[in-house]
Unconditional design. Structure first.
Length: 337
């Protein structure tokens, strides 16, 4: 019988010891959203003169990693994001990294097929349970595919990370880990975007299309938050959630009782998501909440699953383009018009 506590003690390292597992030429998966391992990232930054050609994967990150910030000449650490947060967009504009376009539901398959290399996974997790498992917390996404592809796995334990319930691929056992670090930081939070006048105007246009019992997907940003607030203060009832990314836009919906997932034809009574990012208030709401269910991104964004959801509504923001591009696109799609 395995003594999980003894296994934990054997693999417990300082951040400096743990990052010694990283070798020149490695690709490191930092996870997504709030999965940063801050103590390990700081320790890795100190190895700037020992290593070379280190590539970092991340997505929707709260900050540019300290290792990348320390390497102002980009000699050692090269940053790559799958989905750019505001901080990452600013960093890319300053030359601190690169954006890798992808189809989100297929990201895990890139690791499985070897299209995206992954030598090391280095992420943060809640404390280990009595069965030797570490919950993946706010970051189900495609972590299992990254684990399977990686040669070495480093986990940084952060006490205040929420423990969430998942359908599958929502944890990793101490037996499959190479090093554990006990961090003393806090789970990264993201500022709630301010709602602008334009956001409110768009929300008023979209709102009439939502009906009782609909399953709603909200993106992240001021406009989805404006719609969320409007719905929460309406007479709508029995709405459901099915979304790749859960943000603060949903919080008022659940607390007001407007959203309860009771009318969904599949996963009734469960709000489905793959990653979560937002405020400390949101993380506290997610902690041990049996009404929430995390799933791998390949499942959440599977069109065959989404088509099972009656009256599914997806609301997202987009970037405005110039009139010439719009006219060119229309001509390409309908040349005879």
């Amino acid at each position: 019988m395995i003594d999980f506590n003894e296994e934990y003690k054997k693999k417990l390292k300082t951040p400096e010891e743990a990052v010694q597992l990283i070798q020149s030429g490695d690709w490191i998966e930092y996870g997504q959203t709030a999965s940063f391992a801050p103590a390990c990232d700081k320790a890795l930054a100190k190895r700037i003169d020992e290593l070379e050609d280190i590539k970092i994967w991340c997505a929707i990150a709260p900050i540019i990693p300290e290792a990348v910030q320390a390497d102002t000449e980009h000699r050692t650490f090269i940053y790559n994001t799958w989905h750019a947060s505001g901080a990452e967009r600013h960093g890319i504009d300053q030359g601190a990294g690169y954006f890798s376009p992808q189809l989100y539901r297929d990201q895990g398959s890139y690791y499985e097929r070897g299209y995206a290399k992954c030598n090391v996974v280095m992420i943060s997790v809640p404390p280990m349970d009595r069965h030797g498992n570490f919950n993946l917390s706010l970051n189900n996404s495609c972590m299992q595919e990254a684990f399977d592809a990686a040669d070495r796995i480093i986990l940084e334990v952060i006490e205040d990370k929420p423990t969430v319930f998942g359908m599958e691929r929502d944890h990793i056992n101490i037996r499959d880990v190479d090093a554990v670090v006990e961090g003393h930081g806090h789970t990264s939070t993201f500022p709630i975007p301010a709602i602008t006048e334009a956001d409110e105007k768009i929300a008023k246009i979209v709102f009439p299309f939502i009906e009782d019992g609909d399953t709603v997907q909200l993106g992240i940003g001021g406009m989805p938050n404006a719609i969320g607030s409007m719905i929460a203060n309406s007479d709508l009832k029995n709405l459901g959630m099915h979304t790749e990314l859960m943000s603060d836009g949903y919080l008022d919906l659940y607390r007001s009782g407007v959203m309860n997932d009771s009318a969904k034809p599949v996963f009734r009574g469960k709000g489905i998501y793959s990653v979560c990012v937002g405020s400390r208030d949101l993380y506290d709401f997610m902690d041990y909440n049996q009404g929430m269910l995390s799933m791998p991104m390949a499942k959440v964004n599977d069109p065959w699953l989404i088509k099972e959801l009656d009256h599914f509504i997806s609301i997202n923001g987009c970037i405005a383009t110039d009139l010439y591009t719009v006219r060119y696109a229309r001509k390409a799609l309908a040349p005879d018009r």
